[in-house]
Design a protein around this ligand. Sequence first.
Ligand code: NAD
Length: 341
Amino acid sequence: MASKARVNIGVIGTGRIGKLHAGHIASRVSGAALVAVADINLAAAQATAAQFHVPVAVADYRGLLDDPAIDAVVIASATDTHAEIAQQTAAAGKHIFCEKPIDFDLRRIDATLAAVQKAGVKFQVGFNRRFDPNFRRVREMAAAGKLGAPHLLRITSRDPAPPPLEYVKVSGGIFLDMTIHDFDMARYLMGGEVTEVYAAGAVLVDPAIGEAGDLDTAVTTLRFDTGAIGTIDNSRRAVYGYDQRVEVFGPGGVVAVSNNTPDTHVYSDAEGVHSARPLYFFLERYTESYIAELQAFVACLRDDTPPPVTGLDGRIPVVMGLAAQKSYRENRPVRLDEIKA
Ligand SMILES: NC(=O)c1ccc[n+]([C@@H]2O[C@H](COP(=O)([O-])OP(=O)(O)OC[C@H]3O[C@@H](n4cnc5c(N)ncnc54)[C@H](O)[C@@H]3O)[C@@H](O)[C@H]2O)c1
């Protein structure tokens, strides 16, 4: 791989995030080419192929695995398909960038990671927020000891609007679909492991989400191996836009990042002082991070270095999500070591 001038990539699943990744690979990730797309909804695959001038669009992803010209695939299909596709991709000897979560079942995750290891292919998980410049700065400052040993972490993560119900039904639930990004951020920002979670949840946004067996509002308390404590608050609907803030506090100070806005104007009138709402949603807010994570994936293939977000980094937040589900159901703190495959 190290000698290859260009990494040929296929994208499996051309929904919200797959289309975004396809566009980035086609034009914004250097050293990579988008050579094929697949989606069980063939019309969606064809539309993405037409938009980005890709020669191959198929309904069955196995068509990509049989193609010797393809070096790597991005798995951006529905969560409940990741493990099977990843295992087949590994068996075909192709490198994998897999969207989060790998799966919601630890046995299937372990089988996937074993298949990856056996095949000797690279496997990177799509925890894109690690590549966001704001959060990276917080991580660097905490890691450099600017705060002393952190005592508190606070993450606010609220969507502007709930996803479609069809998505909710196969998403694994709020803790494994949405909070999972925050669980990853907690490990990343604090540079340590969580040992226990305590979750409260509610259906306050849309009763249909409750009828589909999910929650739309949650607060999760985290206890770290260092003794530090964290909180994550989630809502599926914030009327003012995508609310993504973090704060790490320690004996030496505090570092916080607030929301990115499309512009920084401040308008004052008789009603009050007004400024722009946060960037609307993840596609807008995290664009740079999505490009950077794929650029890092391509670099690890070309340089033959370990991926920056590993299979284990993909697995641990799933354990945290399963622990949060159990904590919510049983209304008690749950240690991560209670969660077994
Ligand atoms: N990292 C992030 O910020 C982020 C953001 C959104 C979604 N995601 C993850 O990406 C995945 C997709 O989410 P989405 O919002 O794009 O969903 P989506 O429903 O918009 O798109 C999923 C696509 O996968 C296709 N698909 C389903 N099964 C398939 C199969 N077997 N083969 C090929 N295609 C198949 C569907 O037809 C659909 O077009 C989920 O796992 C989700 O958790 C990650």
